[in-house]
Design a protein around this ligand. Sequence first.
Ligand code: NI
Length: 228
Amino acid sequence: MLLHIPNVLSAEDVAGFRRALDAADWADGRETVGHQGAQVKRNQQLPDASPLKAELGQHVLAALERNPLFFAAALPLRILPPRFNRYTGGGEYGFHVDGSVMSVGHGQQRTHIRSDISCTLFLCEPEEYEGGELVISDTYGEHEVKLPAGDLIVYPSSSLHKVQPVTHGARLASFFWVQSLVRDDAHRRLLWEMDMSIQQLTADVPQHPSLVSLTGIYHNLLRQWAET
Ligand code: NI
């Protein structure tokens, strides 16, 4: 499921992120990918050890926490610490599939997170740069995504995707992965559609007796499919 979630960050949040990121030390993005990714990736990232990455990442996680649409769509079990990237001067990232299992932490604290959902949070307005579309390829064809600053796109990590060359200006974004309670994208989509329908019905016909049974069915499906 490809889903656009608007206004995850407010305009003030975005302005604060931009001030901090404009003054940041960026590293070569190839440091954090495998051999195959390194051949097609040309961008910059905040280094893993960067205190700014940790600080802004906490802000992103707090914003996600407040966002009911993100929760309903992703049904998150674990979220990898958000990362930040910058494309400029023709930078791009050719077609690839994201790694399936990511490790986080060190030593005794080291855990693994399965990437079910990939997320990109846009931090620049579309008119600030040329190119830089996120292109996601699925069974329905290719979808080009270029969202307003503060908006988020979520899509299955299993899909082939790329970032088009940024030929003018700079494209800043945060990106991260989610391990969902519900592993299967088709199951997540059914739950999402059912959740949205129940909410619509609740708004339109609040006393409808079937609401109780529909809500029960939602939870019983989630119980069938959830892995914790
Ligand atoms: Ni990717």
